[in-house]
Design a protein around this ligand. Structure first.
Ligand code: ZN
Length: 440
């Protein structure tokens, strides 16, 4: 098979890293979209910028193969903010190459994955070996909640039709095994505020005035137990059960309880799970995490205050089958039934999860491609993260798989993020295999 041009791939990555594209602030977004489009064109892939007013442009790429189905790559060109800058040892927008790694914000999330895929398409198409039609959908708001992606799918869904979707990235574990992901969890992000007196009061008023912090704590304690188990009735009513092949995949997945505990800095799991139970729970348990909680005085020393308000932010991971709007109404009803209907609540973000069957022919093709390039693979029925994967898979009626070359320790969203060049090469080879074999 034709070879991967590593120097070309690395240089494309450096160009992309050196063009900041921070969706949180808008810095460099338009410039980066144009640069991605330019790189696609230079590598023989037709490209255009799609637009929806009020949103960052989506870079669309397309190249026809000899006829073997259509594969769509979803990626994003935006990055997380580089702050805190003083913790970087390599400049965040420098693209420095050292010890087989390329350093910079977005090096692996998601610019490294973009260039590996582009390189795979270029190499195959120049050799006349591109079998599948290829589509790229590279958005610019992923790190900021993918707010526009729904509108893009509505407007441009027709040109994005495909037989299989390869999601933005895939992890590679400590033993260089690519982790092929069959889905992602959903998410609800909620803010709650309990209000008390019209202003902060001297706490001497406590015999007469209800403290909103107590009220908030009371409401929170009805949502989940100390072990995190959600107590809202019917919460799992629509949860998609595991199939036999899902369970087989879970059983086969390597999992080292001791190493995980050490990595997390804990002595015991919350429900004392063994390895199998831990793997199952990671895939099937919906969670109610208190991401932040604040009220009153939290500075040094003492202040006897009865606060006017108390607030909390919750992120609730959903499992496939759960629909955020439905769960939201259960959440609201539950608070009302328990006497907390007057607590202000807002659903800031809702995203369903999804899980593709391990038996799907497209999944088999990706697994074969991973074996061909990496020599092995691990199957994960769900990644713990959340992305707009449900919208794509549902709207385009296509299965979706996560596969790529992101080292599990690549410091995503953190200082000194890096991409491993050997994993980029292997990913390019994996994608080449996928695009040169019919994918069911
Ligand atoms: Zn990403």
């Amino acid at each position: 098979m034709t070879g991967v041009d590593t120097a070309r791939m690395v240089s494309n990555l450096q160009r992309l890293i050196r063009q900041p594209s921070v969706s949180a602030t808008g810095e460099g977004i338009g410039e980066c979209a144009r640069l991605v489009s330019e790189i696609l064109e230079e590598n023989g892939i037709h490209s255009r910028l799609l637009t929806v007013p009020g949103h960052a442009p989506v870079v669309y790429g397309h190249l026809s193969g000899r006829g073997g189905g259509t594969i769509l790559f979803y990626n994003h060109y935006d990055v997380q903010p580089a702050e805190p800058l003083d913790l970087w040892e390599h400049p965040p927008f420098g693209g420095v190459v050292e010890d087989g790694r390329v350093y910079g914000r977005g090096a692996t999330d998601d610019k490294g994955e973009i260039v590996s895929r582009i390189e795979a398409v270029r190499a195959l198409s120049e050799a006349g070996e591109l079998l599948c039609d290829v589509k790229f959908v590279i958005e610019g708001e992923e790190e900021n909640g993918s707010r526009g992606i729904h509108a893009y799918l509505e407007r441009y869904g027709d040109i994005m039709s495909c037989d299989g979707i390869v999601w933005e990235f895939g992890y590679v574990d400590e033993r260089a095994r690519p982790i092929i992901g069959l889905g992602m969890k959903g998410l609800m992000f909620i803010e709650m505020t309990a209000r008390g007196p019209g202003r902060d009061l001297h706490s001497g008023a406590a015999p007469l005035v209800q403290n909103p912090a107590w009220k908030l704590v009371g409401a929170l304690s009805t949502l989940a137990g100390d072990d995190g188990r959600i107590m809202i009735p019917e919460w799992y009513a629509e949860a998609q059960p595991f199939s036999e092949t899902d369970m087989e995949a879970i059983q086969r997945m390597p999992y080292d309880v001791g190493a995980v505990k050490e990595d997390l800095g804990i002595e015991r799991f919350v429900r004392e799970q063994d390895a199998l139970q831990a793997k199952e729970d990671l895939a099937k348990v919906a969670t109610c995490n208190i991401a932040g909680i604040w009220s009153g005085y939290s500075g040094d020393g003492t202040k006897t205050v009865l606060p006017a308000r108390a607030s909390a932010k919750l992120d609730m991971r959903l499992v496939p089958g759960m629909e955020p709007r439905m769960q939201w109404s259960r959440f609201r009803d539950h608070l009302s039934r328990n006497g907390y209907g007057d607590i202000e609540t807002e659903l800031l973000h809702g995203e369903p999860g999804i899980r593709t069957s391990p038996d799907h022919p497209f999944v088999r093709a990706v697994r074969d491609a991973a074996d061909a390039a990496y020599g092995t693979h691990v199957l994960s029925v769900t990644y713990p993260e959340t992305g707009p994967i449900w919208h794509f898979s549902t709207k385009l009626k296509a299965p979706c798989v996560l596969a790529g070359g992101t080292d599990v320790h690549a410091r995503l969203h953190a200082p000194d993020e890096y991409a491993r060049i050997d994993y980029m090469e292997k990913t390019a080879k994996m994608i080449m295999w996928l695009l040169s074999h019919p994918s069911g």
